[in-house]
Structures are given as C-alpha cells and as structure tokens.
Design a protein around this ligand. Sequence first.
Ligand code: GTQ
Ligand code: FE2
Length: 352
Amino acid sequence: MDTAPQLGTSAELPADYRARLADLHVLPAWTLLRAVMPVGAAVQKAVAFHWPYARLREELLRAGDLVPVEKAERRVLALINPGLNPDSLATLPSIFFGLQLIRPGERAPNHKHIPAAVRVILEGSGAYTTVEGEKLAMEPGDLILTPPNHWHDHGHEGRTPMIWMDVLDHPLAVPLDISYVTPGKLATFGENTLDAGDTAYRCAGVAPYRPLGHKPPDYPLRRYRWSRVREALAALAEANDPTTPVHLRYINPETGDTAIRTLDFSARELRPGESVAIRRSSANRMFLTLEGEGVIAINGAEHACAHGDAVAVPTYASVTLTNAAARAPWRLLQVDDTPTQTKLGFYEEPAV
Ligand code: GTQ
Ligand code: FE2
C-alpha cells in the first residue's frame, strides 16, 4: 500500500523565495523528488518496440544512394526508441542499435571513441573491420568488438552491399559528459595480425601460454565467428534436456567476464515448438534475430520476428520467446545492460 506522504509543490512557495533560490542555482528538492524517484514503480520512458529488417534495409540501401560515406563517416540508421528523446540517439536507456551499410570499394575512416561498439553482421561478405591493426573479416552472424578507445575502420573488398547492426554503449557515456571521438589517419593493418585472436583462442578452454600471474591482453578476442557459435548452439540443442534452454554467453576467453564491460552479449537457440519465459528484471534488453523465425511476447503483445529484426524490451517487462516453426531452429542474439546494473548494485529481479 502507498503510505508515502504527499510532498509540497513549488506553487505553495512565495514567488520571491523561488526567485532567490533560482538565483543561487538551487531548487526545493521536495517539489521534484517524486519525478526522479516515484513511489513503488520506476520512472520508465523507453517502450517495447519492433524494427523489421526488411523495411529498414530498403531505406538503408537508399541512404547508400543519397549520402556518400565521406559525408556520413559511418552510414548508419539509428533505431530510436519512441519513448526516448531522439537527441540521445538511444534504442534503450543504456543501448544503441544502428544499422550500417558499406558499399563495395568504400572505406569508413579510422577513428576511436570512448563508447564501445560491437558489430553483428547481417548480410554480405568481403568487408572487414580493422581493430588496432588487426584485420577482421565479416561473415553473417559474426560478432566483432571495437572496445573503448581502440582504433577502427571499415573497408569492403566484396561485390554486394554489406550490412550489419552496430551496438554501442554511448547512452551510458553521454550522461557522464565523457563521450568523444578521436579522428585518425587512414588505418593500416600489420602483416601478421590477420584475425590473430581467432588463431590464439581457436580452442575453448585453451589460451596462449604465459607465466602464471602475467596479465593477459585486455580484449584478446575481437571476432567471434558465427560458424563456431552456431555449431555450439546446435550441439547443445541436441544434448540438452528439452526443458533446459540453449543459451551461450560471449565471454572474454582470458577472464570469463563479459566480452565488453558494459553490456552482455549472448546467443540463444529455441528448438522447434520451444517456448522460454524470461525472468522479469530491471534489465534493458534487445533481441536480434539471426536465423529462423520466432515470436517475442512483451507484456502479452506479440512481435513476430524474422532475420535481422530487432526488438527492444523495456525494464520490468515479462517476456516469452516462442519458436512456433515445425522444423527450423530460431537463433537470436540477446544484448542487455546487466553487467552495468550489477556493478552499480542496481540490478534486481522483482518478486512475482
Ligand atoms: O562503425 O565506428 O553506429 O563510430 C556509430 C558510431 C558506428 C563505427 C556507429 C561509430 C560507428
Ligand atoms: Fe566508431
């Protein structure tokens, strides 16, 4: 039951007093407190939303005709949550999703920035990202990290448009007044650094030898190949009890921690006919369909998803994932802000 007292309003204060406070750059907090800390239920601005890939793809290809890459630096259509201020360029309060196009022969210039970026490849081949000189090829489903303040650029040596989803954590950095980019010269990649992480961490459970206690590199694996993750999902789908969901986390192979520090990336497979209910929590969460089709029910409203579709799930929602197909598995990426919320001590799973 709501037993919190009704607080005073600013209208109850004499005008001259309010003016004197404003002059000093202070405000009577009791008139504003409930707006930032409502009783019992959080301030919640973001809403559930579904962005269909087929429609976005069409408009992104059009952006390719309309805007040369030199005029865009990155040719990206940002997925903007209808409940959030568009200026914040955010898909959820802590997560940015944007669809990026690079056409054959184009080069997106080298730069680095405070926010981390993760690419999830949706279509095409022959393009690459270089991260600190390491040349990383892009194949559909791959997840590629560009960690905070790591130099990166994109190029395309193939013949068809290359499209991927960018996931960035700038919505977490912008409110801290620390988000900026450093432009660089055109990148070059070293002869011996072709996807070095993929070689060094080829086999799960085995890492490059170094004396015990010596510190490993900060982000040792930058490209997680979908061909391998997919194989691991399919194997688990066979092996697991049908009531145990198939769910793998992308980790830093040296520490076991999340791939980047702010957001958690994981891949799910739902077997034909399988349905998974996700625990209600304070997490902000995105889903991106990689293979197959499925339905995401958010507080009872159903969103039917196909390849490339992105869905935003706001905090405290009840979510059910269902693969209604007779034969095909549904494979999807999950991105959420639980690493940040957990580190800050904010994360909770409310009862009921
Ligand atoms: O590809 O480096 O969607 O710097 C936004 C900012 C992509 C990128 C985005 C970026 C990039
Ligand atoms: Fe970037």
